[in-house]
Structure formats: structure tokens, C-alpha cells
Design a protein around this ligand. Structure first.
Ligand code: 9UX
Length: 72
């Protein structure tokens, strides 16, 4: 059972940034798919909330050096 969480990501300035955020989340157990748009400043993450909660996704992005806020 997966859900899609949308997270605003601030502070990305090039495609290496968005790729780093995608890789960080994609490596997490329970994340099925992580797409990050540099231009939209938005991540769309398909995950199993029983394995990885929204707050953990936000924490991962912040550890990667960016600001993150769940928007839906
Ligand atoms: Mo690109 Mo992002 O040179 O922190 S990797 S700006």
C-alpha cells in the first residue's frame, strides 16, 4: 500500500541538486519512486507510509542540505 507525498524543496540550484535529493530518497527502504523537479521546486514521492513516513522524507531532504515542507 503506497501513497504519494508532495514536498516543496527549497535551495536547489542545479540538476545535481535535484538528482541528489532523488537518490537520497530513492535509497530509502519503503520508497518506491522519487521524482524531483528543479524548476517546480517539488518532490513527488511514492512510498509505503508504514515503512517511511512523510517526516522521514523531510528529514532526508534536510540532511541533504535543502529546505523541505510537505504540501500534500
Ligand atoms: Mo549544483 Mo546544488 O552545482 O547544492 S549541486 S547547486
Amino acid at each position: 500500500r503506497h501513497e504519494v507525498t508532495r514536498i516543496e524543496v527549497l535551495g536547489m540550484h542545479c540538476s545535481a541538486c535535484s538528482t541528489a535529493v532523488e537518490t537520497a530518497m530513492g535509497a530509502k527502504k519503503g520508497v518506491q519512486k522519487a521524482l524531483v523537479s528543479l524548476t517546480l521546486k517539488m518532490a513527488e514521492v511514492t512510498h509505503d507510509p508504514q515503512l517511511v513516513e512523510e517526516a522521514e522524507l523531510v528529514a532526508l531532504i534536510e540532511e541533504a542540505g535543502f529546505e523541505a515542507r510537505v504540501v500534500g
